[in-house]
Every structure is written in C-alpha cells, then in structure tokens.
Design a protein around this ligand. Structure first.
Ligand SMILES: [Zn+2]
Length: 122
C-alpha cells in the first residue's frame, strides 16, 4: 500500500494539541497561584509547538490501522523513537523528547506525523 502524501495534505487534518494528547497537571496546581497558572500556560504552549508536527490519532491516517498498543501496527525504524505503520509505511514517532530553556519533557506514545511536515518521496 502506498502513502499518498499529497492527498493526505489536502485533507488539512488537525494538528495534535497538548491537552488532548496528554493529561497535564501540576503538583502545585491546587495552590492556584498566578505563577503556577502562568507556568502551566507556558508549558502547554511549549508542547503545542512540538505537537504541530503530529496528528492526534491512534490510527494510521493513510490506512486506518490501529497503531499503538500490543496489537498495534507500529514498527520501530532505525532512528531513535522513529518508526512507521507496519501496514503502509506511514511515518510515526513513538518516543518523544521535547526540550527548551525552561522545560524538558519526554514520553512514549505512537503519534503519526502530520502530512504537512512530510515530503513527497522520489
Ligand atoms: Zn498505515
């Protein structure tokens, strides 16, 4: 099965958003201080920027196969954290490390790349 990047790009799939992909909570959130909320806001922005390269989907945008979990089609590739849908080859990432001056965050979850960041092969 081929990946038709151009037709996937034409679909304008929504990018992943931090708060829909992962549950964000701060231990000091209960204090409800302005500082805590500002930090959370910065953290969500920081993650949203990263998630712009991905689709919030547990299935392959190209062939609809389930990606994550024990029976998922995701297969690791050669590069750390990177892989693809085992059925059609659509590129995905399973291990994520996000970092800037303020935050450092890593997690594991299979996320398909957003078609807008993919280049047509050949
Ligand atoms: Zn696929």
């Amino acid at each position: 099965m081929d990946v038709n990047i151009e037709s996937l790009q034409a679909k304008n799939l929504p990018v992943a958003k931090a708060e829909s992909v992962i549950k964000i909570s701060f231990t000091d959130e209960g204090k409800n201080t302005e500082q805590a909320w500002k930090q959370k806001e910065r953290f969500v922005k920081f993650l949203d920027k990263y998630f712009e390269s991905f689709i919030d989907s547990k299935t392959c945008p190209n062939c609809d196969s389930e990606l994550g979990g024990f029976f998922g089609m995701f297969q690791y590739g050669m590069a750390w954290g990177e892989g693809h849908c085992g059925k059609c080859g659509y590129p995905c990432r399973a291990d994520h490390k996000v970092e800037d001056e303020e935050f450092k965050f890593s997690f594991s979850m299979v996320l398909p790349y957003h078609p807008s960041v993919l280049k047509k092969e050949g």
